[in-house]
Ligand binder design. Structure first.
Ligand code: AKG
Length: 144
């Protein structure tokens, strides 16, 4: 697993803490803004607010992508906390076998140097419950 440059810790929060976090976070003002994908309006099944995302159920998905925006400090790990439903994340790199990792409630995922890897949340229609994730990144306040 280390070849994907991730560290995964299950039970970073206890089950009780994780349920409490989910309950509190559910009250946050998550919104579903209409976005444009290849010029066409699209309402994602993922709700967002400034500090996190909520997947309404297993139909919500994210395509393979890299978190490589120029505004992100690539020298700092990206951390994701997961609450609620367990969803999978798929890590892929050209020429390597993809790695599928279940992100359990109360877990933390650290993505280290991900320059060569993409990650995706595939649809899992059997998942009927919502999931909330909080993602922490260091963003440059201004480009130098
Ligand atoms: O849902 C997640 O845990 C991660 C979402 C994601 O891929 C991202 O924020 O770049």
């Amino acid at each position: 697993m280390s070849s994907t440059n991730i560290t995964y810790i299950s039970n970073f929060y206890s089950q009780e803490e994780s349920i409490e976090m989910f309950t509190k976070l559910s009250k946050c003002p998550f919104k579903q803004p209409i976005i444009k994908v290849r010029g066409k309006p699209y309402r994602p099944l993922r709700k967002s607010c400034s500090y996190g995302d909520m997947d309404l159920d297993g139909h919500a998905k994210i395509g393979a992508h890299k978190d490589d925006e120029p505004t992100l400090d690539q020298t700092v790990d990206i951390a994701t906390l997961s609450f609620g439903a367990c969803r999978d994340m798929i890590f892929s790199k050209k020429g390597c076998k993809s790695v599928r990792k279940a992100l359990e409630a109360g877990s933390i995922l650290l993505m280290h140097d991900q320059k060569e890897w993409t990650h995706a949340i595939p649809p899992q229609p059997c998942v009927k419950e919502p999931r909330i994730c909080l993602t922490f990144r260091r963003v440059w306040s201004s480009l130098q």
